[in-house]
Write a protein that binds this ligand. Structure first.
Ligand code: SPV
Ligand code: MG
Length: 432
């Protein structure tokens, strides 16, 4: 019996997959190389189904003899191991990044006289269309909440961007670029206290109360499906925090990050220019553990944010607190810094890697914005939050337009800064 190799993701199974498998079946015994979760997450998006779930579906397709993990996009390592007589693939990989992969397959097969067989791409199947349809259906609070933990399991680093209303939520949901054959998207949204307050014309001092923050969250929930991380400021009084946890979990928010400060909270990026007080380790640990007890599922995450570096309390204090907060049950740690060089963040991340008990590590590269995601991942970060960039880019653009109208006493000159009327009318579908 000839050996036939077929690589696939099989996250959303459709008749195109079956066409390829049927062709492969005619040629011999079919071995499916199933892309692992991190391959799909790295090149596309976090898979809807995990590897084992996808494996058991594919194993049960008639004609599939075996499923093996395909842990790179490149099939060559598996081909060398299995030495199949045939590789079967859709004929849609002759262009773009896939072209290179195709050539490598052909070259490798030559070593033992193997052959690439291409099946005509199945017309009418569009993963993008299927995805659009799925996003039209929407999500449930439970499904959305889980997506953050799933993304953390599937990817070494996830990227989050701030959203402070429905429109910025839609940008976070839909922004998508393709680069070197990889699809890049944000994995979720950060509802920043700074941006939520600023959008309401108020200072970032816990003045915007929970009810108002929940209105913002609700506007975002209504038009998006990606996970939400709430900037929970200090979390307030412990007695109040337990209610906040229950409310957020019920809504389908995935995580709250609370910072270890008490008294009148000011924004961390002021550093020591304003007076701010750090909470005691004991009190903050109690807040974390009471929050943990209040939640109904394990899917909701309580992430502890350490302000020691912001308040000049030192690296040792930051590390001591990280250990204590993890012991108290924190599902993640956020380390913040307002230094421009990023060195203390890299140092903290390095020490954090040595901990026996580890949880996902969150960083917010606002001050040290020269650092790339690759560098932060290399340092040991698992979540990177772009915490204020949509409001910071929108505000100057809006001021420029307003000033242009004042100067010219008409809007003609400002028109070039504005999107065409036709485009704004159809930006949000369903208005016609
Ligand atoms: C926020 O976005 O509100 C934050 C992060 O808390 S920072 O502004 O950097 O303190
Ligand atoms: Mg904040």
């Amino acid at each position: 019996m000839k050996k036939v190799y077929v690589a696939m993701s099989a996250d959303v199974i459709h008749h195109g997959h079956l066409n390829v498998i049927n062709k492969a079946k005619e040629l011999g015994e079919v071995i499916v190389g199933l892309h692992t979760d991190d391959v799909i997450a790295g090149y596309f998006r976090v898979p809807l189904l995990g590897y084992n779930e996808r494996k058991s579906i594919v194993e049960n397709i008639k004609g599939v003899a075996m499923v093996v993990p395909q842990d790179t996009l490149d099939q060559v390592p598996n081909l060398v191991k299995l030495q199949p007589d045939y590789v079967v693939h859709g004929d849609d990989w002759k262009e773009g990044i896939q072209r290179n992969l195709r050539e490598r397959v052909i070259e490798t097969l030559k070593q033992w006289g193997g052959e690439l067989v291409e099946v005509k791409y199945t017309e009418g199947v569009s993963i993008t269309k299927i995805e659009e349809a799925l996003s039209q259906i929407g999500t449930t609070p439970q499904m959305r909440m889980r997506r953050l933990k799933k993304a953390l399991e599937a990817k070494p680093l996830i990227r989050i961007i701030e959203a402070h209303n429905g429109l910025t939520g839609l940008i976070a949901e839909k922004a998508r670029v393709e680069q070197d054959g990889r699809i890049k998207e944000f994995d979720g949204m950060w509802v920043s206290s700074l941006c939520d307050s600023t959008a309401k014309g108020k200072p970032d001092i816990e003045l915007v109360d929970l009810t108002s923050r929940l209105n913002t969250i609700n506007d975002i929930l209504e038009v998006t499906t990606k996970p939400i991380i709430l900037d929970g400021d200090t979390g307030g009084k412990i007695e109040h925090f337990v209610y906040t946890v229950k409310t957020l979990e019920r809504l389908g928010v995935s995580a709250i990050i609370i910072e270890d400060k008490i008294g009148l909270k000011k924004n961390s990026l002021f550093g020591t220019d304003v007076s701010q007080t750090q909470d005691t380790i004991e009190n903050f640990c109690e807040k974390i553990s009471e929050g943990r007890k209040a939640r109904v599922t394990n899917d909701f995450m309580i992430i502890a944010r350490i302000e020691s570096l912001i308040l000049n309390a030192g690296m040792e204090d930051a590390l001591k607190r990280a250990k204590a907060y993890i012991e108290a049950g924190a599902d993640g740690i956020m380390i913040h810094s307002n230094r421009k060089d990023g060195k203390e963040i890299v140092e903290f991340c390095g020490e954090f890697q040595k901990f026996e008990k580890k949880v996902p590590l969150v960083v917010v590269p606002t001050s040290y914005c020269h650092m790339t995601e690759a560098q932060l991942q290399e340092a040991g970060a698992n979540v990177v939050i772009y915490a204020n960039h949509l409001i910071r880019s929108a505000y100057p653009a809006m001021v420029k337009t307003a000033e242009s109208i004042l100067l010219n006493e008409r809007s003609l000159e400002a028109d070039e800064y504005c999107m065409p009327i036709k485009q704004i009318l159809t930006l949000i579908p369903g208005g016609q």
